[in-house]
Structures are given as structure tokens and as C-alpha cells.
Design a protein around this ligand. Sequence first.
Ligand code: NAP
Ligand code: GDD
Length: 336
Amino acid sequence: MKKALITGITGQDGSYLSDLLLEKDYEVYGIIRRSSSFNTGRIDHVYEDPHVPNRRLTLMYGDLSDSGCLSSILNRIQPDEVYNLGAQSHVRVSFDTPEYTSDVVGMGTIRLLEAIRHCGIKPKFYQASSSEMFGKVMEVPQTEKTPFYPRSPYGVAKLFGYWATVNYREAYDLFACNGILFNHESPRRGETFVTRKITRAAARIKLGLQETLYLGNLDAKRDWGFAKDYVEAMWLMLQQDRPDDYVIATGETHSVREFVEEVFSYLELNWEEHVEIDPRYLRPTEVDLLIGDPSKARRQLNWQPKVTFRDLARIMVDADLGLAEQEKAAGKRLTW
Ligand code: NAP
Ligand code: GDD
């Protein structure tokens, strides 16, 4: 039975990846941070439920800022695969906490790679690289060969993690892959990322729980896919004969405004009556346009996205309508 270690297991991708690996009969180990409130909501369905067959999920406290704990966890688990998904992953927040973001996202990656090297084990390693590294894009669409131009402390730190991963592959013959993933969303997406913020607010507006949605730049364009499709690509990268780097994207781009229109029209609402612009949500430097070319992943991994832009918006709205109905019944705000 294969063992996988996941950093960032409590996040959107970590939860879908655990579902996938458990389905594939892995023993899954996740690193979680101590929090003053519960932060395992996205994985409770596999962790807590004694009726889930073949329950093989183990959680351990740790942090990407603590090299000692990374070494002791790796020594103890001796994983076959390591997925490094842990991050302060909010781009806007990275402008407020640049040093912390760089420490967790950039240094955290090299701490984990060093811990692997010093443990004397050779697990396959997946690095959660990001289309944010393309930033002020040098080429349209973006491929594995497009030069990088990050536009935020988060993007700069991800670039460090990207090159650390390439370097450890070349220097120490580690099976290390960068997945350069474009934006991917789901009902498990954090509520402050724009798609979820929109679906959450629109559902609440529909049920009369909220009047207004405050947003920033509506003109930014993103290549949005479905998170469940994207974690499959992570796993596929580690099943190849050779380690490599891959762009994972849909090949389509849409503006934030289009996402708003799609969501509000599905709910038969006029978005212009509810959306207001709040400059607090603008960024000092913006990434205006992202659109990825996933041809290499299609060719070499036999991977392709299954969920369209329209279906993604609807999956998220349907889930948030369910949550808003529960909120209405409970008479208080709930988190998913
Ligand atoms: P997410 O929902 O924000 O989850 C981030 C995870 O990292 C959470 O489990 C969080 O734990 C954990 N974490 C935060 N700080 C940590 C630290 N100091 N040490 C250890 N773990 C820490 O992010 P996501 O959307 O699942 O994304 C997963 C990864 O892919 C991230 O590295 C992200 O930067 C990258 N990425 C995401 C996208 C996307 O569109 N979603 C695209 C490209 C790349 P808590 O629950 O305790 O906060
Ligand atoms: N979050 C947020 N909130 N974004 C807004 C808002 C708002 O109120 N209004 C407009 N936007 C715009 C942002 O300016 C940005 O151009 C776009 O919506 C998407 O913002 P996010 O959903 O926060 O995602 P992101 O593209 O900055 O970053 C996400 O994708 C990256 C991959 O490209 C994150 O998941 C990163 O971790 C990931 O690496």
C-alpha cells in the first residue's frame, strides 16, 4: 500500500486530493496547523466517519515554517509520495504579509525538500506551483516555456518554490514535479477568493439574507477550472516514468464580470442592482489576463478538464444555495 504525505490537507485541494488518494487505496498522512477554532471542516467526511470504508487518514500537527517537525514527520512516515500544497495562498493578503507569505510559500518549499534530502528517502515530490508566476504575461496563452513575471509577493515566493523544485530534481536526482495550475474552484473554495465570494453572496441575496456584494477589479481575466479535475493531474504527474513540469488549465479565459453575470443570471437576478465596487479589493499590481495551454498535459498525462466554465459556476451556486437555505433556517451565518 502506497503512503502519501500532504501539506495543506485542510485546504480546498488537499481535501479533494485526500478523497482521490483514499479512493486509490493509499495511506494518507496530512500535516495540519494548530488553530484556535476547528480547521478540518473540508476533510471531516473522511476523517471522522467510522463508516467510511478503509479509513486510512492520519493527521499530524506541523508547519512549513518548522523544519524540525518536517524532518521528524518524514522520518516517521517514510512516504512514497509528498504533495506540497500548504501555503498562504491569497494573493491580495500577500501584499499585507509579504515576509510571512515568502517564508511559508518559498522557504517552506525548500525546508521540505531539505528535510526529504536529509532523511535519506526518495519520495516522489509534487510542488503546487501557480499561474500567478506568469503575472504580467509575456505570451498568450501561457505554456511551460513562457517566461515568468510575478506581480505579487505570493507570485515571487511561488517562483522560488518552482526553481527550488527544478534544482532539487537536477542536483539530487529527486523525482520532483511542478504542477503550474491555473485558478481552480469548487464549493470547497475559500470564501474570500472571487468565485466563491460571488456564488456565496449571490445565493444569500437570492434568499434575502444579503443585499450587496462588494468587489474589486471586474475586468481581470482568469482561466478557471474545477478543483476535483485538477488534483487528478497532480497524481498523474507522479505516476509518470520521468519527472517534469506541466501547465494545468482549461485553455479558456473569462473576466470576473462574466463570472458575476453567469452566476446572477442563473439565479434570475440582475447583478447590476447588487454589485458595488470597493477599492479595498484592488491590488497594488494586478494580473490582468491568464489563459493556459494544457497541451503538454493532454499529450503526456492524458489529462483534460471535464467541467466547463458554466457548469463550474452552477455547481458552486447550487452548493451555496443549499448553505444559504441552512443559514436561513438556523437564523445565523454558517461556514460550509
Ligand atoms: P487553500 O485552500 O488556501 O489551502 C492552503 C492550505 O495550506 C491549508 O490547508 C492551510 O492550512 C495550509 N497552510 C497555510 N499556512 C501553512 C503553514 N504555515 N504550514 C503548513 N500549512 C499551511 O489553498 P488551495 O486552493 O487548496 O491551494 C493549494 C495549493 O495550490 C496552494 O499552495 C496554492 O498556493 C496552490 N495553488 C492554488 C491554485 C488555486 O486556484 N486554488 C492555483 C495554483 C496554485 P489552514 O487550513 O490551517 O489554513
Ligand atoms: N479575492 C478577490 N476578491 N478577488 C477579486 C475581487 C474580490 O472582491 N474583486 C475582483 N477580484 C479579482 C482579483 O483582483 C483577481 O484579478 C481575480 O479577481 C481573481 O482573484 P482571486 O480569486 O483572489 O484569485 P487569484 O487569481 O488572485 O489567485 C488564485 O489563483 C492563483 C492561480 O493563478 C489563488 O488561488 C492563488 O493561490 C493561485 O495561485
